[in-house]
Design a protein around this ligand. Structure first.
Ligand code: MN
Length: 289
């Protein structure tokens, strides 16, 4: 294995509110919606916030998406979704919702009623994954990946653990069905641990640090940093200087133009105008109250 080197680093801007339910830092804001993060588009991280009990769940009301997938990983609390394709579900700690908006859905995202009534910690990430042009107008799909169905790999030398949400790590295969080859790993490292993670060849790789501190090649990184690795090399070698919570994201870049406007990600400006028109005309459906 040859180690991938650090190609660049992004430092996340301060947090902002998405609706009234999610206090997020856009972790690679400076590179979002560019080829540098392909096949991913953007990543919001809501660090744990303690919400007081309230009868009306906080969150984000009905809004559309077209042309990509939203992946929500819950670290704490319980979140409820509904969409215009008739899907709905609740995901709790350790669960993942992998929603393929594709041709278009209107959905909402709230703390669950139970979560809201009792209050408490809510923490999650939402990752946007691009679709190749040929799949952007496919049928919307919804995968609920429960914690029990996500394999956890114990890393050698008591270095920590790695949950395979998508892609494969050794014999462990993530449950997510994806349109292009990609990996999403939820990683915990123990203080003082050094570990080498083999990476699929030909993938673009990045490592958002969600909590704690790590070092790569002698350089230190802290929560809110995203390490971008060289395309060359076959492994990531990372050392935790304290207990650390990371994501490892990698995938084959989709080498197609990216046109982005709000909740729509297409290939051309004309397709974006069509998306706005289709949404306004109700062609992405509606959420009955
Ligand atoms: Mn959404």
């Amino acid at each position: 294995m040859t180690a991938k080197t650090v190609a660049s680093v992004e430092h996340a801007p301060p947090a902002h509110w998405v609706g009234d339910g999610f206090h997020v830092r856009p972790l690679f804001a400076g590179k979002a919606f560019t080829p540098a993060v392909s096949p991913f588009l953007m990543l919001d991280y809501a660090a744990p916030v303690n919400f007081p009990p309230r009868p009306n769940p906080p969150g984000v009301g009905p809004h559309p998406h077209r042309g990509f997938e939203t992946v929500t990983i819950v670290y704490a609390g319980e979140i409820e979704h509904r969409d215009s394709a008739g899907h709905e579900g609740k995901i709790g700690t350790g669960d993942v919702q992998w929603m393929t908006a594709a041709a278009g859905v209107v959905h909402d995202e709230f703390h669950s009623r139970e979560q809201s009534a009792k209050g408490g910690l809510v923490s999650m990430v939402q990752l946007w994954v691009n679709l190749p042009a040929k799949d952007k107008m496919s049928k919307p799909r919804y995968q609920t990946l429960l914690a029990a169905d996500i394999p956890t790999v114990a890393l050698a030398n008591n270095a920590g653990s790695l949950r395979v949400i998508a892609g494969a790590f050794g014999d462990a295969k993530g449950p997510a069905m994806t349109f292009t080859p990609l990996s999403v790993w939820d990683v915990r490292l123990n203080a003082g641990a050094k570990t080498g993670l083999p990476m699929p060849v030909g993938h673009r790789s990045m490592m958002p640090v969600l909590d704690g501190e790590v070092s790569v090649g002698g350089r230190k990184f802290k929560a809110g940093d995203v390490v971008f690795f060289s395309d060359e090399g076959t492994a990531i070698t990372v050392e935790a200087t304290g207990d650390a919570k990371l994501l490892i994201l990698s995938g084959e870049p989709i080498n197609e133009p990216i046109a982005h406007y709000g909740p729509f990600v297409m290939n051309t400006q004309a397709e974006l105008r069509q998306a706005v028109e289709d949404f306004r005309a109700g062609r992405m459906g509606d959420l009955a109250a």
